[in-house]
Every structure is written in structure tokens, then in C-alpha cells.
Design a protein around this ligand. Structure first.
Ligand SMILES: Cc1cc2nc3c(=O)[nH]c(=O)nc-3n(C[C@H](O)[C@H](O)[C@H](O)COP(=O)(O)O)c2cc1C
Length: 210
């Protein structure tokens, strides 16, 4: 089959965006609660989200601008220097989707969607009660990138919340977590089949420990 190719520089921003979000899939979703200086809890999903490192525990979220403006999430995190990454499972697809709607800064998506909050223990921003896991994060750094004022928000995890039944010997069992993932545009996905294979060691042998 023919392989289509194009120089990135010959493509429009929309074309590039469609290729990137179509090829880098599935993406996990950081369902972020953040607290405004006025005390309004904001909620929004972000799928440009990854784990960065464990020592110290760092995660990253890319937040674009809305026109020239910072999104509420980015503004709140800058103001309070903390936030919570809530991890949604497949059952939460509707509230995740709806929480991406644009509302003014004085409107709480949490209240609009009728969701309940639980106080956090190590940060001022509360977490969602309905999720199977949540990461309380302090702001580590904000790294501006690109030409349109986007920011990589790096969070340092202060506390992990994981529902007990998801853990097996300190490891999260993905099949029990059933995380909601993002595909391009309006598409979401679950994990699909999970296969367990022995890692290959440097000498080529396959040893395995669960
Ligand atoms: C599943 C999903 C993933 C999204 N991922 C991102 C993302 O990675 N970065 C981003 O800037 N916007 C992303 N968005 C859009 C934001 O959620 C949207 O702009 C939202 O209104 C921001 O809310 P805020 O202004 O309350 O922070 C995503 C939307 C959806 C539905």
C-alpha cells in the first residue's frame, strides 16, 4: 500500500494538528480540578498528558490558549500553584466530555454537572469523589512553548489516591482501572485487550515477575 507523506512545514496548522492527535493515540486524560482565587472549582479534561518521571514524581499537561487568553485551568494553577489530576474510568465519559464546555471563570463545571468534591490532603484544590484515582499535585514549573502561548504545566505529585480494589501488590491493575482514553476529535476509547508479556533482558532472556 502506498504511504502518504508530507513535509510538516508544507501543512497547515489544522492539518498538522489532525495528524498528531490522530496518530498519537490513545491518550490518557487528565481530568483537572483547579481552584480560582475567588474559590470557584474549575474542571476540564486534557489529553496532552503524560507521566514525566518518578524521582521526583512529575507529570506534564499541555494547555493551549483560548485565543490570546489563558484557559481557566492554566490561570488557576498559576495563581494557586496546585491542582488535582483526577483519573476517569470509562463510566465517566459523559461528564468528562461535558466538562470541556467553555464557561466563564465564575462558573464551576463541578457544580453544573452535579459532581461531588472531597477535600485534598496536601493541596488546597479539592478532588472529585466519583473517580477511581487522583493525583494531588503542586506546581513544579510552567514551560512556555510554540508560537501561540501554549504551556507545558509540570506538576509534582504530592499524594496518590487509588481505590483499594485497583491495586495488587502496589501495582495498578489496568483491567480494573478501565481508564477513559481520547482518540482524535469526538472519539473516546477504552483499553481493549491487555496482554502480559515477559520483558526481554539485556542477555536476551525472558524473565518475569508480576
Ligand atoms: C477529552 C478532551 C481532551 C482535551 N485535551 C486538551 C489538551 O490536552 N489541551 C488543551 O489545551 N485543551 C484540551 N481540551 C480542551 C479543554 O478541555 C477545553 O478548552 C476546556 O474548555 C478548558 O477549560 P478551562 O478554560 O476551564 O480550563 C480537551 C478537551 C477534551 C474533551
Amino acid at each position: 500500500m502506498e504511504i502518504t507523506n508530507a513535509r510538516a512545514e508544507s501543512l497547515s496548522v489544522d492539518e498538522v494538528y489532525r495528524l498528531l492527535i490522530g496518530l498519537i493515540v490513545p491518550r490518557p486524560i487528565a481530568w483537572v480540578t483547579s481552584l480560582s482565587l475567588e474559590g470557584v472549582v474549575n474542571l476540564a479534561p486534557f489529553s496532552a498528558f503524560t507521566y514525566l518521571w518518578a524521582e521526583p514524581p512529575l507529570i506534564g499537561i499541555s494547555v493551549m490558549r483560548r485565543g490570546d487568553e489563558l484557559k481557566d485551568t492554566a490561570r488557576n494553577i498559576a495563581a494557586r500553584a496546585d491542582f488535582v489530576v483526577n483519573i476517569a474510568d470509562e463510566t465517566l465519559i459523559e461528564p468528562v466530555r461535558l466538562s470541556a464546555a467553555e464557561h466563564s471563570v465564575d462558573v464551576s463545571e463541578v457544580e453544573l454537572l452535579g459532581l461531588s468534591l472531597v477535600p485534598s490532603l496536601d493541596v488546597v484544590t479539592p478532588r472529585l469523589e466519583c473517580v477511581p484515582a487522583a493525583l494531588e499535585c503542586g506546581l513544579d514549573q510552567v514551560i512556555p512553548f510554540g508560537g501561540r502561548g501554549a504551556q507545558l504545566i509540570v506538576g509534582r505529585v504530592r499524594r496518590f489516591h487509588v481505590r483499594g480494589d485497583l491495586l495488587d501488590g502496589g501495582k495498578v491493575v489496568a483491567e480494573r482501572l478501565r481508564p477513559l482514553c481520547r482518540i482524535a476529535g469526538p472519539k473516546y476509547a477504552g483499553l481493549g485487550e491487555v496482554r502480559t508479556l515477559a520483558p526481554v533482558r539485556r542477555d536476551g532472556s525472558h524473565s518475569y515477575s508480576t
